[in-house]
Ligand binder design. Structure first.
Ligand code: NI
Length: 189
């Protein structure tokens, strides 16, 4: 397990480099994926990008298993995106609360594309593609922002829709319905 860098660390603001061809199928990539997987699990995260553990390569991992704390959460199988390219599908957007392991305790409302085409390489080097939507699309956009040095507070819908989780919950704006099915979704990506 690795330390997750927090907002203020300049490494979170750098643009990550593509994974080079010679990494596919090799031990360097396997070791990075093990670090990402272990760190995400230890922090109860739904997603983690390599720059968050100080590795400036275009790799993200995410997944949601069924969790008794979040009985309505739709599971997302564990997915590794290497050198991902995102293209919005349609023009619809969704507004929802996000948080980040690199911005602990804080949550903010962010507008994201509702649906997304993703093209990427898997760890063996295979070209893959998929269309995702809803919370899955939100996680992918949040994680891939990390590869360009962008954190969710950069994308706030409004500076007033931002604050500490406990205060937002007590004051009311942070409703379970704001992220369908997932009360605490924003905490872990
Ligand atoms: Ni994050």
């Amino acid at each position: 397990m690795c330390t997750v860098l927090r907002l203020g660390d300049p490494r979170l603001r750098q643009s990550a480099s593509p994974v080079p061809e010679e990494w596919f199928g090799g031990s360097q990539l396997t070791a990075l994926l093990t670090d990402l997987r272990d760190t995400m699990a230890a922090r109860d995260g739904a997603g983690l990008a390599a720059p968050q553990i100080g590795i400036l390569r275009r790799v993200v991992i995410y997944g949601i298993t069924s969790n008794p704390r979040y009985p309505d959460a739709s599971p997302i199988p564990e997915t590794v995106l290497i050198n991902p390219r995102l293209t919005p599908v349609g023009t619809a957007t969704q507004l929802g609360w996000e948080g980040c392991l690199s911005v602990p305790g804080l949550r903010g409302q962010v507008r994201r594309w509702q649906a997304l085409h993703i093209a990427w390489r898997d760890p063996s080097g295979e070209e893959r593609e998929a269309v995702v939507d809803g919370f899955h699309a939100r996680v992918v956009q949040h994680e891939c922002d990390h590869l360009d040095g962008v954190l969710f507070p950069d994308r706030l819908e409004s500076p007033t829709a931002f604050g500490f989780e406990q205060e937002l919950e007590e004051a009311g704006p942070l409703e379970p319905a704001s992220t369908p099915g997932l009360k605490k979704a924003g905490d872990w990506i």
